[in-house]
Design a protein around this ligand. Structure first.
Ligand SMILES: Nc1ncnc2c1ncn2[C@@H]1O[C@H](COP(=O)(O)OP(=O)(O)OP(=O)(O)O)[C@@H](O)[C@H]1O
Ligand SMILES: [Mg+2]
Length: 266
């Protein structure tokens, strides 16, 4: 079933998922503070991996390590390896890594001075795509993928910040999709949204995983259970347990995981 009730196509349509991102013994530091300890985690192609755990356990740091945004923080450092399709991301151009691995943040952050259209096309224009027909096509396609097109198609010249919070978040998702990423990292993408917008984002994640590899951080256990295929539980910078989402929520191997998913702490 999809998160909101539609029936999922037969699993036979899907060959076994291949590893897309492999984290090997990742340690991450802010100055002398260590935020991640030996985190090894494999994220599969066309799957949703949820990262859960109490505040401060390193979820965002892990996400930002995956697309080399951690290194932007002054004084930060990382050891271990992160592979994208078998290739070490630190051997690749950082801008290319961030193009292939897009990110959506907790708080929608449209460019305030730009129209809806320009918000979506910003990455393309920055990347040198100038052909107006091509740009218009990609803007429409990305907004459709982000389930926002019908709401904004007649107001593409309005400011991006004139939209509601839920629409702004879908705009940011469209902006991320416009540059054709392969992986989408989402850091609590629905935590600031009302239930209807949240349901839209969850439906969207379900649609997007047909094409993309998705890693989502969420504090909402029901959301993790609804949208993800696999779930990783982090605690104090360590990966405590990683398994199929169903297993994590019904029969976790570790007591810490059980205590967290049943709301006994966190
Ligand atoms: N820019 C920073 N400078 C110094 N320390 C930081 C920085 N960002 C995060 N940390 C520290 O790293 C640890 C992990 O933080 P992180 O933001 O990854 O946690 P999180 O699991 O995403 O938490 P939350 O659920 O509250 O978003 C925390 O101890 C935090 O204080
Ligand atoms: Mg965080």
């Amino acid at each position: 079933m999809t998160p909101h009730g539609r029936v999922e196509p037969a699993q036979a349509d899907h060959p076994a998922r291949q590893p897309r991102i492999v984290a090997e013994k990742v340690n991450a530091y802010f100055g002398t503070t260590q935020a991640l300890y030996d985190v090894s985690l494999t994220m599969l192609d066309r799957s949703v991996t949820a990262i859960i755990g109490p505040s401060g356990c390193g979820k965002s740091t892990f996400l930002r390590s995956i697309n080399r945004m951690h290194e932007i923080v002054p004084g930060s450092r990382m050891t271990g390896r992160i592979l994208l399709d078998g290739e070490d991301i630190h051997a690749m151009d950082a801008v290319l890594v961030r193009k292939r691995i897009g990110m959506v943040f907790q708080k929608p952050n449209p460019f305030p001075t730009m129209s809806i259209r320009d918000n979506v096309s910003a990455g393309l224009t920055f990347g040198g795509v100038r052909n107006r027909t091509v740009v218009a096509e990609i803007v429409e396609k990305s907004l459709r993928q982000a389930a926002l097109w019908d709401e904004v198609k007649d107001s593409l010249d309005n400011s991006g910040v004139s939209l509601s919070g839920g629409q702004q978040q879908r705009l940011c998702i469209a902006r991320a999709l416009a540059v054709s990423p392969e992986v989408l990292l989402m850091d609590e993408p629905a935590s600031a949204l009302d239930p209807i917008s949240t349901a839209k984002i969850e439906e969207l994640i379900y649609e997007l995983k047909r094409t993309y590899t998705i890693v989502i951080v969420t504090h909402n256990m029901q959301q993790a259970a609804r949208v993800s295929d696999q779930t990783a539980f982090f605690y104090m910078g360590r990966l405590v347990e990683f398994d199929d989402t169903k297993k994590i929520f019904t029969a976790p191997a570790k007591k810490q995981t059980e205590d967290y998913v049943t709301g006994r702490f966190g």
